[in-house]
Design a protein around this ligand. Sequence first.
Ligand SMILES: C[S@@+](CC[C@H](N)C(=O)[O-])C[C@H]1O[C@@H](n2cnc3c(N)ncnc32)[C@H](O)[C@@H]1O
Length: 320
Amino acid sequence: MAYCASVSSVLTRYAGSVLLAAGLVTAALGQDYGDVPYVQTPTNIVDTMLNLAKIRADDYVIDLGSGDGRMVITAAKKYGARGFGVELDRRLVRLANASAAKAGVADRAVFYQRDLHETDVSPATVVTLYLLPEVNLMIRAKLLDTLRPGTRVVSHDYDMGRWQPDYQTELEAPGKTVGAVKTSKIFYWMVPGNAAGRWYWKVTQDAKAPAFELILEQTFQRLAGTLTIGGERAQMETVQLEGDRIRLVASSEKGSARARYEFSGKIVNHAIEGKGHVIRGQERHAVSWNAARIESWDPRHFALRGVPPCKEMGVPCGAR
Ligand SMILES: C[S@@+](CC[C@H](N)C(=O)[O-])C[C@H]1O[C@@H](n2cnc3c(N)ncnc32)[C@H](O)[C@@H]1O
């Protein structure tokens, strides 16, 4: 899509994407599948996106489809972060590099003429997007596979289909150049680690201590499963995954003996290293949490790899 695309063409495409997001067929609008036009993110939305991602000076920000470079330049100028943007349109790339130089951040904000689908995103700690719904779905598996757990992804206006955001908001966007409604949506995710499998641990080295066995199914960042303690089913109150950090709260009851367990730790390959507490009545014992993954399987969302975006979006695949 050329920089000089006519306003009406841009409007048509974005009207198309709005309809697309609403699940309507866009064939009549003639939108090219996966072809993202140039539309700027309004300044207040840039600020909110970066703020939401809690950008720090040690962050590495990658903007996929960087336009005039505003996202990475603002991250460098306001927060001292580094990063790069990739953009197909060479005039925009030139403009972005010139703006970075003018802003005094050319050493930290660089722009390349490159296809986002062929871009290595692995150095990122933050990825920013203003693409189209189907393009978000096209790159979702790559983001999940390549980015380190804990990397933040922020998208303007469009979500990631079945990968539910950790947070989303909608706010006034008076500077928006497309659409009748001057509001923007912002979606935020943290890339989850891999917690799926069967985990085993004991809270003391005592041979008679009961074994904990946790079976976890994972769909994106959501976990569900069962916990047994000494072969007895315990009640799982909370099991949460945030990047590579996992938190588990559970309780068990045997006769009149009730115990509560609180664990939090970090997943490192097939181990969890962390701390916890065992609470019995008024007593609260600090314990280490060292769990081993004794069986592993794929998170359920791996099954969505290769599913065409149109299928997931529920629009006819042949229509565009
Ligand atoms: C909606 S604009 C967003 C610009 C900027 N990120 C912002 O938020 O202001 C999307 C940009 O992605 C670029 N683009 C589209 N397809 C691309 C691709 N395959 N690789 C790199 N850039 C692409 C377009 O040229 C356009 O400038």
